[in-house]
Design a protein around this ligand. Sequence first.
Ligand SMILES: Nc1ncnc2c1ncn2[C@@H]1O[C@H](COP(=O)(O)OP(=O)(O)O)[C@@H](O)[C@H]1O
Ligand SMILES: [Mg+2]
Length: 343
Amino acid sequence: MTSPLRDLLDHRLIVVTGKGGTGKTAVSCLLAEAARRAGKRVLIAETSATESIVTRFESAPKPVGYAGRELRPGLFAVHVDPHEALADYVRLQTGLGVVTDRILHSETFQQLLEAAPGWRELIVLGKVWHLEQKQDARGRPLYDLIVVDAPATGHGLTFLDVPRVVQQAVRAGPLARHASWVEAMVHDRERTLLLPVTLPEELPVLETCELIARARGEVDIAVDRVVVNRMPSRLASRALACLDRLPPSLSPESLPPVPAMRAMLEHESRREAIAVAWRRSVSARCGLPVVDLPSLPRGFEPDGDWAAFADVILRPAVWPGEPGAAAATATPGGADASGVDAA
Ligand SMILES: Nc1ncnc2c1ncn2[C@@H]1O[C@H](COP(=O)(O)OP(=O)(O)O)[C@@H](O)[C@H]1O
Ligand SMILES: [Mg+2]
């Protein structure tokens, strides 16, 4: 047995990361929705080139842009576009308005930027830091929790490592100061958590293991669990066991023939077993417990019911193989359709 982990909602900043398509945006939305339902004021900071958060909340989505807006009571979203963040930063540093825009849009400056690796990451993280520091009129943090929907892995960690690299290269001046604030935020284990998302499949699992090794090594950011998205329910393997208990003489007219049912269920239960094995593998290789997310039948359509599943992300992380370590295939009503992890 291990001691329980801190509640996700006790953090100030959660950086959701993983390979493209694993469900980072989905997890960011679930987490923000769960936080909102728990009475927190939460902000999702989207860092990809195109906005997709808003499309999960609104059927006729209008961009939230760099200014951001409230999508549901208590849930805000902002699109941290690096060019706008840079203009914002330079404007703050120089106190120049229109001139800043003219310089930033000049061809020379654009060429300089393209040749300067890491500026995007630093500026985007700097904006996140700025948002984390924001206070309301009574001096309390404006947001209780900020969820960063990070770029796909690789970029995801480069993104977090840039402040350290910049600080090594530039030792004084505003840029160094700025990088040191951002770096302190990344390393603060009380405030900040990296939340990796994987699928229970070979390539995402291997990439997640690499990501976590780097997160613990060079980046030095807290990571305490892995989200395993699209974990299949164990329905097929349990149905197969039921099939075995049917009397051989039974052949109900309305059902498909038993051998056909067996073939279908065996196929599906092999798929389930593979997912269970990769889930166990990512946990064992990384030495981390897992939180399972089921595949939602209607996905993340804005008018679907995904928000009803939000609290699944807050479930205690489990060690596969331990008693009670069942797949999270809960229904919003609370009934748990999972079987015991037998793999
Ligand atoms: N648990 C889930 N159940 C159903 N659909 C999902 C689930 N997780 C992700 N999806 C869908 O899979 C696709 C990729 O997920 P997304 O969150 O956009 O991945 P990422 O942000 O990592 O690229 C999207 O269409 C999303 O709606
Ligand atoms: Mg995404």
